[in-house]
Design a protein. Structure first.
Length: 129
């Protein structure tokens, strides 16, 4: 989900979003453009990124950070507890999520040392059917 308003950092239109996805070699199922922030407000998203997993019954089963550390190096990523991945794996396996809510961390505009500077502007909504 891209939820930056026109004229604000991170804003892009559909063509720009497609270009960024191609550049990052990403292949999401869909990208939701939310320039007014309406969807982000409905989910009470607080930071970028703020991740949500919606279970098969339509209930949020996880919301929070990607993992347990704010990365400043590749080593930090490897040492982190992968909260989002663990929650998604549990949900896909039909198991309860151990940590349904974790503290979100506002990332700076760029994270350096992780394959170069990258603008982080995506929130993730995963709906597990």
């Amino acid at each position: 989900m891209l939820s930056s308003a026109p004229g604000k950092q991170g804003y892009t239109d559909a063509a720009g979003a497609n270009s960024q996805l191609t550049e990052y070699n990403a292949s999401p199922t869909a990208v939701l453009l939310d320039p007014t922030g309406k969807v982000g407000h409905l989910y009470a998203a607080k930071t970028t990124p703020h991740l949500f997993i919606i279970g098969p019954n339509g209930v949020i089963v996880y919301q929070g950070a990607i993992d347990s550390q704010l990365p400043s190096s590749v080593a930090d990523v490897a040492a982190s507890d992968p909260w989002f991945k663990n929650a998604l794996d549990a949900t896909l396996a039909g198991q309860p999520v151990a940590k349904g809510t974790t503290k979100t961390v506002r990332l700076l505009d760029q994270v350096r040392g992780l394959s170069g500077p990258r603008l982080l502007q995506f929130s993730i909504l995963a709906h597990v059917c």
